[in-house]
Design a protein. Sequence first.
Length: 457
Amino acid sequence: MLREDVKNTLIKVVGAERYLDRIEELACYGYDSYLEESLPEAVIFPLSTEEVAAILPIAGKHKIPVTARGAGTSVCGAPIPIQKGIVLCFSKMNRVLELNTQDRYAVVEPGVVNGDLQKNLTPLGFFYPPDPGSINISTIGGNVALNAGGPRCLKYGVTMDYVLGMEVVLPSGKVVNLGSKNIKDVTGYKLSALFCGSEGTLGIITKIILRVVPLPETARTIMVSFGNLDNSAQAVSDIIGSGILPVAMELMDKVTISEIEDTLKLGLDTEAEGTLLIEVDGMAETCEREMARIKEKVKEHGAVSLTEAATADDRENLWKARRFAYPVFAKIGPDIITEDVTVPVSQVPSMVRKIREILNKYKVMAGILAHAGDGNMHPLIPVDRSNPEEMAKVHRAIGEIFQAAIPLEGTLSGEHGIGLAKSEYLPLVMDENTREFMTVIKRAVDPDNILNPGKFV
């Protein structure tokens, strides 16, 4: 626990009801969806920017680490308070402050759940494109901190592409406003982009201005099965290379489909070595033309079956397999590791082969799931972290997967972030000068290193 005098000072800011420090309470805020855990010394629930601006100088004065937290859905250990200190939980700062469809923006607090924002926008004929798998749980603040993606980011882009501006509290307690509500704004440095993917290491985001876009007129969805995993990956590369840009193109290998079918009984083709879920959206005529070309392409690459959604319910059923992949694999073992190594789309076939070879080499049971249209691979690896031999084997396999991506001009993460999970691998993709440049920025903004210390910078 924090010193009594520090505790009392913080309680004066937020009140005793929004300050937690009993062990049984702290236990709920010392983990995310990764493997490591670390209890904070206190959890505080701010309600305003002013409260955050009052808390940070207190923490700075006493050199107390501060870790921001949303819903804890991170899979890389980003919100784990590895050096203890204070967790600032933003679940109570969850207001949608403004929706302006005429100027196409929304203003939200960091604790707004992504799916709740979507529900607010739908009746207005608009949506916010980034759609992480945890869309119904994860918060916008966390999405920004990790620059989250999702299936439809193939066409629409990731979180950073929709952040127009933000309000940030610096470690000193100073409040800065970055960007604006304008779609076009090149006034000075694009500092809001610096905070996208910063994982809470530079400042605490208290307000976010997001670009929103009109809902498409229609969508067309198909699920295609292949007798060969390489054929499915080649189909992805060919479709993207031909100039077609689907909303989503999700690849699932045989292991993934089999486990999903065993659990959900959706009637999936468990004999298929590779399965693609492909969706296009836009004007009805355009969707019809693009889907016809996609069907030609998958047939050229040996598709053995093709199921097309005729209704909204059919579309939802096809997506159900993809959305339930993570929870299905999470039930196989006591724990789960979900990686997201990423390569250029043209290298998807090679990377899929390498991942399967490495998993087989170490006899690691795992499924391969991928946002294949943007080269983002998600090996789903059930593990038992209490088994040292198993964990050593899995970590060797993961290390080789990262190393295999480098000659293909790949990178460590497409959307999950670095956190605790991948910091040791940064030298694979960043030279010393680049890493030092990040450190220079960190030291300039946070000289006492109180914001989310012990992570990738």
